[in-house]
Design a protein around this ligand. Structure first.
Ligand SMILES: NC(=O)c1ccc[n+]([C@@H]2O[C@H](COP(=O)([O-])OP(=O)(O)OC[C@H]3O[C@@H](n4cnc5c(N)ncnc54)[C@H](O)[C@@H]3O)[C@@H](O)[C@H]2O)c1
Length: 352
């Protein structure tokens, strides 16, 4: 076994633990430090993940010369300051989604990465689903023909996370369901199809279920329980239409909460075939020998998405491969989100 990359995780909430469990399965990674501003959580997670070093202040973790790379798993508003400080301290960065609050801050992260000459991987874990890889290969091989429309549907019936906490406070999150979950499927749509040039957006965001908070009825809550004395000032539904020049279009509906059945997929419509990528869906609707045909692609199902993501990051740090999702791609997604919010606010089509 070769030398291990020594890792620190900043932000020990729900996804911080997923990163810790995943690094434990990556042969060339060693989790050596954790950081969180909540002392009880930090102590509990250090015990759970058997990590000796703990820091209440991320700047102290970044000053530790033994640490080569960090995972940033904090609320969205501190992604940029921590990532920039990490690069200044000479660390490689695995940055959870969304990249940050807006594209301008995203570009600052890129500039810091370039000055440091270190690796930046974005946390776009949906790319690690085997069905997405299989469909990406099919599209690249021309089996779907020209992709001219993409349909993103990501509907939770009652899925607002951390009601009243940072997720639903715009100053900390940058927005609601759009920046929290649509970010995954916009990245997936552009990565799978290769359409990385969104040009125009006409969209609308709504906020219909999260406030008043006491009237929100739900079955389970990520990052709960609700903080009824907190804030809800973000979107819980968004829809819109995106142009990729005159080559292709994308329509989307995204809900943290709405009165509709739960659904989640990215559908690609091509001249030779169409396919939906979602959990376990990879049937290409096509023609074979001039007959209408459904071609079911098989793929391995055991893959652990987060472990694959962390393994690719560690491989990139050790020079064995490329990061799984780049900062440049992260900025394209942020530009798209900025345009969607602006279009909703101005009730007009805007340039991305
Ligand atoms: N890839 C995915 O599928 C996925 C899933 C969930 C969350 N996320 C992203 O991960 C991030 C964290 O989400 P979560 O659900 O784990 O949230 P969380 O609230 O459970 O955890 C965030 C943690 O960060 C800590 N924190 C806050 N400010 C800090 C600071 N300055 N320094 C150190 N620690 C700090 C908090 O105390 C908390 O423990 C968000 O950006 C979210 O969008 C990604």
């Amino acid at each position: 076994m070769g030398k291990k990359v020594k890792i620190g995780i900043i932000g020990c909430g729900t996804i911080g633990s997923v990163h810790a469990d995943s690094y434990a399965k990556v042969e060339n990674a060693e989790l050596v430090a954790l950081c969180d501003i909540l002392p009880d959580r930090l102590a509990e997670k250090a015990k759970r993940h058997q990590v000796a070093k703990t820091y209440a202040d991320y700047k102290k973790l970044l000053a530790d010369p033994a640490i080569e790379a960090v995972s940033i798993c904090t609320p969205n508003d501190v992604h940029a300051p921590i990532a920039i400080a990490a690069f200044k301290a000479g660390k490689h960065v695995m940055l959870e989604k969304p990249m940050t609050l807006n594209a301008g801050l995203g570009r600052k992260i890129l500039a810091a990465r370039d000055s440091a000459g270190k690796q930046l991987q974005m946390g776009m874990v949906w790319r690690q689903t085997p069905e997405a890889e299989v469909v990406k290969e099919s599209i690249a091989a021309g089996r779907l023909g020209d992709i001219y429309h993409i349909h993103v549907k990501l509907i939770r019936r009652r899925g607002i996370p951390g009601l009243g906490g940072w997720f639903t406070t715009k100053a900390k999150s940058g927005g609601g369901g759009l920046i929290d979950i649509a970010v995954h499927f916009f990245d997936l749509a552009m990565w799978t199809s290769g359409l990385w040039n969104p040009t125009k957006v006409s969209a609308k965001t709504y906020s219909k279920f999260g406030s008043p908070m006491k009237d929100y009825h739900y079955i389970s809550m990520w990052a709960g329980p609700p903080k009824y004395d907190g804030t809800f000032d973000v979107d819980d539904f968004a829809c819109g239409f995106i142009r990729f020049g005159d080559k292709a279009t994308m329509s989307f509906e995204v809900a943290w909460a709405c009165n509709s059945e739960e659904e989640s997929y990215v559908e690609f419509l091509g001249t030779k075939g169409g396919v939906k990528v979602g959990r376990g869906q990879t049937t290409i609707l096509t023609e074979v020998d001039n007959r209408i045909a459904d071609v079911k692609l098989s793929y391995p199902t055991e893959a652990d998405r987060f472990t694959m993501e962390m393994r690719k990051f560690v491989d990139a740090v050790q020079g064995r491969g490329k990061v799984a999702a780049t900062g440049e791609e992260g900025v394209v997604v942020m530009r798209l989100l900025d345009a969607i919010y602006k279009s909703g606010e101005t009730n007009s089509e805007v340039t991305v």
